[in-house]
Design a protein around this ligand. Structure first.
Ligand code: GLY
Length: 340
């Protein structure tokens, strides 16, 4: 079966049924699945032929300790360099497993089945792997492309409503970066329609994956254009640090509205387009207001460990479907984000 997308000539992305595809993709290989107990239960039929390593859930397990635990289990299983690691789950599981596969015995082959909307439209595609350190996100990791990624929209049926909405924030983000026709299609959609209408959901997933693949093709290592994928993320990361109650996609929704406001105040983006961005996010039941004072978030944004020196890369919308990266002084953050 032909993949829907190929990334860096190394990684195939399929938007298709995992049940039909997986046995063909791993035929004749020793597969070790990394997943959690809930996913293992939900997809028993799909995963029963393979050996498994079960890990916990949530951002708190995305650590070097979990990496070490998985590696020790691989050693105990006698997994050699020919084994194939298959992550089944959301972005946390794929980020950890991709990192383990990149360093275990100096690297083994690996692939993902992405079971969350956030994973399908962002985390699983593009080759970023890694874990957090001391509360700082993705401080340890590498770029290694998985051999394949399967995004099966039918798997999203079991996704809790809140997680589904949060994943849609990344889809909206992708359309603002580079897919105005899909943005327009989503303006007319409700969350219920997206959950019910397989064709619409598959089109939304395909749009976000296409936007990401095209950018990663140009800039795998995030030296330039890949930064565009961080639209809404500068504020989102600060929100996640200050308010653990908000999940990633919700923080991205708030961050996207906030940067649209910044862009309007600076004369970079029209107020009418900003209103459309806010409306589509509200319509999907996502938050648009920061959960803590902007002053606190501005301070947190300035602490970003991955920024270069006194400046920060900020992604700003110019029109729906086109964004640009601006390098700004950290001292300007307060003036930009706080309305006067
Ligand atoms: N999540 C943004 C990226 O993969 O570059």
């Amino acid at each position: 079966m032909n993949p829907d997308f190929t990334v860096r000539a190394a990684s195939r992305v399929y938007i298709a049924s995992a049940m039909e595809l997986l046995p063909r993709l791993v035929e004749g290989r020793r597969v070790v699945v990394v997943t959690d107990a809930t996913i293992d239960r939900l997809y028993q039929e799909l995963l029963s032929p393979y050996e498994k390593i079960l890990i916990g859930r949530g951002e708190t397990i995305k650590t070097l300790q979990t990496v070490e635990q998985i590696i020790r289990r691989l050693v105990a299983l006698g997994a050699d360099r020919e084994c194939f690691l298959l992550a089944v789950g959301g972005g946390i599981i794929s980020d950890i497993t991709g990192f383990v596969a990149s360093i275990y015995m100096r690297g083994v082959r690996f692939g993902f089945i992405s079971t969350t909307l956030l994973g399908q439209v962002d985390a699983s595609v593009g080759g970023k792997n890694g874990v957090n350190l001391d509360g700082y996100k993705n401080m340890v990791g590498c770029f290694t492309q998985p051999e394949f990624v399967i995004c099966d929209p039918a798997m999203l049926r079991t996704l809790p409503e809140r997680e589904f909405r949060a994943g849609m924030a990344e889809v909206i983000k992708a359309t603002i970066i580079a897919d105005e026709p899909m943005f327009r299609r989503l303006e007319g959609a409700t969350i219920e329609e997206l959950r019910r209408d397989h064709e619409l959901l598959a089109a939304a997933v395909r749009s976000a994956v296409r936007v990401k693949v095209e950018i990663v093709e140009r800039d795998e290592r995030e030296a330039g254009d890949r930064r565009l994928l961080n639209l809404g993320h500068t504020l989102a990361h600060a929100i996640e640090k200050c308010s653990p109650a908000m999940i990633h996609g919700e923080a991205v929704a708030v961050g996207t509205v906030a940067i649209a406001d910044v862009a309007v105040r600076q004369g970079w983006f029209s107020a009418s387009e900003r209103d459309r961005v806010r409306a589509v996010i509200e319509r999907l039941g996502l938050p648009t207001e920061p959960p803590v004072a902007m002053q606190k978030l501005v301070k947190e944004m300035g602490k970003d460990k991955k920024s270069s020196g006194g400046t920060i890369h900020l992604v700003v919308p110019r029109t729906i479907g086109r964004c640009e990266v601006r390098q700004i002084e950290k001292e300007q953050l307060a003036a930009l984000f706080m309305a006067h």
